[in-house]
Design a binder for this molecule. Structure first.
Ligand code: AMP
Ligand code: GLY
Length: 421
């Protein structure tokens, strides 16, 4: 069996690693992959957004299954193209991926489905946004409606900052076309939770919970990033919270999608704020989270290829997922300057010593090889996941292993999982 993974970050390395554990022993390809996937798969010089290039490769090389990591190809319709060509692929079609690619539309659906979410309004003109922000007279969150690599959200405590953020998006085009429409939303107070749910068009299957750390600095301060670390399970995800998320969010969103004749097959990521008034939806993503995948998949004991098959074939009701009860904690090692400008091409040392840690695994995110040397190639460079009998132990394992690794400018948060300890 041949499997193609689309993408080249930590999430894709974790997916490749889970597929490598399959009893079907597939041949794995990764496009474009990174220095970590190169050790367990064949990397291809095809970028994740080159849909026609990926399709040609899959057709010419008899790929049996394609698994899509990032949102850009999903929103651009990679699943529709592959299905039209008769190829098996894991992920939602473009119409369903719009839940992530168009936040303004997703908010409309949330309201239509009466799903709990922050009060908001959508704008394309700055003076109208400004009037609304002043009238709301409370902390607001400004969101670019389109895709902005997880960086298009600015949480503002006052109207001055909110108007400045709206101007940067609408007038200065900081996020290009992604910010020509913005969502202005009330700031919610509470603890965040990420829920991933497999959906096969009909059946919803909620995966083990996780929580990521979106802010760059300790104490959840600093700018939003793609995610600086994660842990699973999240203690805030009690049985009652799970039930509420299923009945108040997942069932109604699936119903409303059906009413709009949009089939969702794949994994839906629901970003939630657990407020005093119950869980409220912050965002939907149409794919596995990064770095949440790096703490969820190491805990999955079921053969992941059986899971992908069940979703694609509409047979989720026939399977039960088996989990390693041990918690996992992932610490992201980033380049100096991330999420702003950073340098690339810096040699990484200590990877062999890190690989020898038997209670941790190193997932590559932004890396590439030059001969025998591994170099930094992105903002988030590596994700080090520790496993332990408690979150505390998993956390210690992750930091112990991460301490073996070094590169100039290496930066990481020192308080991952602090809320769960
Ligand atoms: P999103 O991409 O919409 O999840 O936003 C990224 C991050 O911004 C979230 O993980 C939260 O930390 C924060 N955020 C988004 N919306 C809100 C909100 N309404 N209230 C408070 N924080 C928010
Ligand atoms: N960790 C958040 C995301 O994947 O969007």
């Amino acid at each position: 069996m041949k499997v193609l993974i689309v993408g080249g970050g930590g999430r894709e390395h974790a997916i490749a690693d889970a597929i490598r554990r399959s009893s079907r022993k597939p041949e794995i390809f990764c496009a474009p992959g990174n220095a970590g996937t190169a050790c367990i798969a064949r990397n291809l010089p095809i970028l994740a957004d080159n849909i026609e290039g990926l399709l040609s490769f899959a057709k010419d090389n008899g790929i049996d299954l394609t698994v899509v990591g990032p949102e850009i190809p999903l929103c651009a319709g990679i699943v529709d193209r592959f299905q039209d060509a008769g190829l098996r692929i894991f992920g939602p079609c473009a119409a369903a991926a719009r839940l992530e690619g168009d936040k303004a539309w997703a908010k409309d659906l949330l309201v239509e489905a009466r799903i709990p979410t922050a009060r908001s309004k959508t704008f394309t003109r700055i003076h109208q946004a400004k009037d609304y922000i002043i009238a709301r007279n409370s902390a607001q969150v400004i969101k670019a409606s389109g895709l902005a690599a997880g960086k298009g959200v600015v949480v503002c405590e006052n109207a001055v900052d909110a108007i400045a953020a709206a101007k940067r998006m609408l007038l200065d085009k900081e996020f290009g076309d992604a910010g020509k429409c913005i969502v202005v939303e009330d700031k919610l107070i509470g603890e965040e939770l990420s829920i991933h749910a497999l959906i096969d068009g009909d059946t919803v299957y909620i995966l083990e919970s996780s929580q990521d750390h979106k802010r760059a600095h300790d104490g959840d301060t600093g700018p939003n990033t793609g995610g600086m670390g994660a842990y699973s399970p999240a203690p805030i995800a009690t049985e009652a919270v799970y039930k509420m998320v299923e009945s108040d969010v997942l069932v109604p969103i699936l119903d409303i999608l059906r009413r709009h004749e949009i089939p969702f097959k794949g994994v839906l990521y629901v970003g939630l704020m657990i407020t005093a008034g119950g869980p409220k939806v912050l965002e939907f993503n149409c794919r596995f989270g990064d770095p949440e995948t790096q703490v969820i998949l190491p805990r999955l004991k079921t053969d992941i290829l059986d899971v992908f098959d069940a979703v694609i074939d509409g047979k989720l009701c026939d399977i039960t997922l088996d989990w390693d009860p041990r918690p996992a904690v992932c610490v992201v090692l980033a380049s100096a300057g991330y999420p702003g400008k950073y340098e690339k091409g810096i040699p990484i040392t200590g990877l062999d010593a890190a690989a020898a840690c038997d209670d941790a695994v190193v997932y590559h995110a932004g890396t590439r090889s030059r001969g025998d040397t591994v170099l930094t190639e992105g903002g988030r460079v590596l994700g080090v996941t520790g496993l332990g009998t408690t979150i505390q132990e998993a956390c210690e394992a992750a930091y112990r292993c991460a301490g073996q690794i070094d590169f100039e400018g290496k930066s990481n948060r020192s308080d991952i999982a602090h809320r769960a300890l």
